[in-house]
Design a protein around this ligand. Sequence first.
Ligand SMILES: Nc1ncnc2c1ncn2[C@@H]1O[C@H](COP(=O)(O)OP(=O)(O)OP(=O)(O)O)[C@@H](O)[C@H]1O
Length: 574
Amino acid sequence: MAKDHPSREIADALKESFWALVGVALFSATINFLMLTGPLFMLQVYDRVLGSRSTSTLIVLFGMVVFVFITMGILDFSRGRVLARIGAHLHDRLDARVFRAVLRQAEFPAARARSSSAQRDLAQIQGLFSTPAFSAVFDLPWAPIYLSVLFLFHPLMGWLAIASTVLILALAVANQMLTKRSQNEALLAMDEAEMRGASMRKEIETLLGLGMRQNMMRRRTDANERALDARMHASDLGGGITAITKAFRILLQSTMLALGAWLVLQNALSAGAMIAGSILLGRSLGPVEQTVAQWPQIQRAWSARKSLTALLTALPERQKPMDLPAPQARIALNNLAVVPPGGRVPTLQGIRLTAKAGDAIAVIGPSASGKSTLARALVGLWAPAQGDIRLDGAELKQYDPDQLGTYLGYLPQDIVLFDGTIAENIARFSNQADPQAIVIAAQAAAAHDLILGLPDGYDTRVTDGGKELSGGQRQRIGLARAFYGDPIILVLDEPNSALDDEGIHALNQAIATARQLGKITFVMSHRRSALAHCNLVLMIDSGHMRAFGPRDEVLVKLMNAASPAVEARKRAQA
Ligand SMILES: Nc1ncnc2c1ncn2[C@@H]1O[C@H](COP(=O)(O)OP(=O)(O)OP(=O)(O)O)[C@@H](O)[C@H]1O
């Protein structure tokens, strides 16, 4: 298989800020050039002002220094602002794309269980632009220029500065190597603790009801303690090396002063150059030190870039298919086999059927026979591993997924309502929701009266996935949501699992209405009551199609097939 080329989307988004980055580099060049003012001023004061004892020279020089430093301050401030905006632009350009990739990743059940770090990664890259770390990177190329000036003063001073830079870099590398593993361990354990905490908050009722709180607390605390231990380890090691670096740096500056003084005694240097040399050493080590201090952040942003690139490469933007005309209610499943995402074994295979406007198909079968798998395949969530599903002649993948969703009405087995009003939920949060269409959907789902009976009717707010409603209420509102927008195919996965007699009657009414309106309805169910208004039955068992056809024929066939087995069991019991 051809190897995917790594996504260039981050680099391309950054390229849009090319001229801003050039501006930052020019600002940095000017700032660093102006930084030479301090040592030069020192040199002039010692060698010129003190020698000539001229107050007016001092005043002129000082005036120039004040002007230069104010200019430098303004440039530095502007550079920070430009960099922050480059970061914000990058975030803005990639945010929606990254979130689409996160959502696609969540289509894989295994990935859904993990918390996605992609948005944190993007924020990490953006954050890098607003920290001193990024400015330090621009300042870094200037260190050799400061070093050259030191060489001009005296070669020994230049060599001492080079040795100092190498030593500081060596300490930084040692710090990095010693702490990297612990830092990674800490991050992983923190993620785990966070995930465990979040699932505990979400499922608090189960925890309390089953007396599991202490046990689950222990699991979360374990992960937290591991994170803390790893962080402490990294901080002990890193702290030690940072302290050594700091002491070493102060010692180096004094060493440079001592070297300068010795050179003055040898008549090889002026007193001004001695002081200026010490300041220049500080200046040349500054960006190196700052880069080293910010290194963890630079590194985090670098690995964030790597994992974001991996995500964007693995989940490229889907090409929008050509718009097809709205389909007619006609569906065909041709030798369909489905493998759950990330799985290897088909959980459904050899399904062949066709259905037309007004058909209602009851999909029956024991637990784990593949009914929900079929529901997911029918709404395009799980792609066929073999065969295909054709809606009005076109494979589901030939439709734009967002557009396809409007032709379909899906009632998943676990119904979740989103934060908002009941009306917004039924209208699928469309910003052009038509109140009349909402009421029509609710009436078709026989949920209108139920909704009117809620405290604020259609304006009743739900939070927490709709848990403030009863299971049956949620199911009927979910059904109204499936009916919204006049879909042509309805896929109702266990729509009656939480319904009472009145609810079941309402559901059957809804199926009858759907048939009259010319829709195709699939009803996955364990309960016989769901068969009442279906004209077709599909029986599946262990992922295989056992029977399909007109309801009464299939039921008779199933009863006949079951009776010899029943007789045999009766005989055995006798
Ligand atoms: N996300 C998944 N990844 C891997 N296997 C899965 C996944 N979802 C379901 N399965 C497997 O597919 C098989 C069929 O499951 P499915 O949920 O389709 O059955 P079902 O008939 O709807 O069951 P029930 O009536 O209990 O809801 C089961 O063996 C199940 O373990």
